[in-house]
Design a protein around this ligand. Structure first.
Ligand code: MSP
Length: 470
């Protein structure tokens, strides 16, 4: 029987343009989605845009258009960026989709009926960059540490609150039990547990003065806080996208470290309150740093996905993203580092090996009739635990280095075409490179298919190298 695999990325704020940070999560999700399809699982891969909230309303107003017009103009940019990176998402959700809005209202009504909300006065600081309230202790010199250039605003208003604190004991119980824990990697599980045990306040879930949002069903002059609306996208897609009902609960939510709490505490508590099954796993990654610095528009060091694909091609870009994926620690990247890695691994190593083998095969025309599609267990494990760098390294060591070593040791180009030893050496190298390609398919789909195509069809004239040197 086929297993199902439902994977999600965060839905990105519509007022930004796609950058390498968004690319990091999206490429990771795509690799896993493709890998599970290769294993013949039934996959649902969801991504999209987060379109409500004060930030969007303000940008639209500056441009003299309605927030909806603004969103309709910008959302395709994300879709386009992902298509250009060969991202195989199954559905692109937009939170202004009325079908999503309907599910948000229904879910909130359940929480309301369950007696889990109450009205109270909210006083605190609001960071518009994060679209979230901050406590005084979270601020550094009065500013949000993630958005130091933005002003935090002191607010005092009537809000509806969700009884988050009520669910803390249950969450602790779930996270502490190995069988039900859903927070990965381990460091994040510990971090969340410590914070839960230190005490948790209820959270505000509505806004009195933000018009650009979904009206709160029981007090329509309030709008639903954008984060509450956004989190529900993961569930709502399975309610309204045709044929996807059976995919809930999500198998894996991928996210960056700054939104850990929303995804591992607030989201789960909302679902517990509404009586909906919890997602099975969340994986939180760290950040890309650009040449040792935080990426920011004011520094001017933001790297866009198109910059990467223009330089390295689609598969080159995907490879570099995967190789430098930030697991527990932030990962320092930059165009120069990417160039070095690309030239070393792809142009000089894998690409060169393909050209050499293809050339040596010119007169022999060895073809691989049928490749065993089996995936190495160690690779499977590494990939499913998002250890992309190790997983790729393992394939290079196991297959590509072996083929290179064989070529260098046995120097088949010195042998006559009729010498059976030559065919034997070549067949062995071709076998190894085909196995490598089969494993790298989810990471570099087009190049892997090209390699498999070359060596299953026999010698081919290549117009240009698979990975040209930069
Ligand atoms: N809209 C919210 C998410 C709602 S999900 C229900 C949001 N959007 S965002 O546009 O700010 O995207 C945040 C995500 O982008 C992070 O969680 C992470 O996945 C990715 N990244 C943003 N900057 C990043 C880096 N510098 N490095 C790696 N990933 C980062 O938050």
């Amino acid at each position: 029987m086929k297993s199902k695999f439902f994977i999600t990325t965060p839905i990105y704020y519509i007022n930004d343009v796609p950058h390498i940070g968004h690319t990091c999560t999206t490429v990771a999700a795509d690799i896993l989605a493709r890998f599970h399809r290769q294993l013949e699982d039934e996959v649902f891969f969801l991504t999209g845009t987060d379109e409500h909230g004060q930030k969007v309303a303000e940008v639209a107003e500056k441009q003299g258009i309605s927030p909806q017009e603004y969103c309709d103009q910008i959302a395709p940019r994300f879709e386009e960026a992902w298509k250009n990176l060969n991202i195989s998402f199954d559905f692109f959700i937009r939170t202004t989709d009325p079908r999503h809005e309907k599910v948000v209202v229904e879910l909130l009504e359940k929480i309301y009926q369950n007696g889990d909300v109450y009205k109270d006065k909210y006083e605190g600081y609001y960071c518009i960059g994060c679209e979230s309230f901050k406590t005084e202790t979270e601020l550094v010199d009065g500013h949000c540490p993630l958005h130091p250039a933005a002003q935090t605003v002191k607010k005092s208003e009537d809000n509806w609150f969700f009884k988050l604190s009520k669910y803390v004991p249950k969450l602790i119980e779930l996270i502490e039990d190995e069988k039900t824990n859903y927070i990965f990697p381990e460091g994040k599980r510990k971090e969340v547990l410590a914070k839960l045990k230190a005490g948790v306040n209820d959270i505000s879930i509505s806004r009195e003065n933000v018009e650009w949002g979904i009206p709160l069903p029981w007090e329509k002059s309030h709008t639903i806080y954008v984060w509450i609306d956004a989190l529900i996208n993961y569930y709502s897609a399975t309610r309204f996208v045709e044929g996807k009902e059976g995919f809930w609960p999500a198998d894996l939510h991928l996210l960056g470290k700054e939104i850990l709490w929303f995804h591992t505490v607030i989201w789960q508590a909302m679902l517990l309150s509404a009586g909906i099954e919890l997602p099975k796993k969340t994986y939180t990654h760290s950040f890309y740093m650009i040449d040792g610095q935080k990426m920011s528009k004011s520094i001017g060091n933001v790297i866009s996905p198109s910059q990467l694909t223009d330089l390295f091609g689609v598969d080159g870009a995907r490879y570099l993203i995967a190789r430098s994926f930030p697991n527990e620690n932030d990962s320092d990247v930059g165009i120069e580092r990417f160039k070095e890695r690309y030239n070393a691994d792809l142009a000089n190593n894998l690409g060169n090996l393909v050209s050499r083998l293809n050339k040596l095969n010119e007169n022999l025309d060895i073809k691989f009739e049928k490749l065993d599609n089996k995936i190495d267990e160690k690779f499977d494990n590494l990939l499913n635990n998002l250890r992309f760098d190790e997983a790729i390294g393992y394939i290079f060591e196991t297959y590509i280095d072996k083929a290179n070593a064989n070529l260098n040791q046995f120097t088949p180009w010195k042998l006559a075409d009729e010498d059976p030893k030559k065919s034997e050496i070549l067949a062995d190298c071709i076998f190894n490179i085909c196995l490598a390609a089969n494993h790298l398919k989810a990471i570099m789909p087009e190049s892997a298919d090209k390699i498999l195509d070359i060596f299953t069809q026999g010698h081919q004239v290549l117009e240009k190298p698979l990975f040209g040197r930069i």
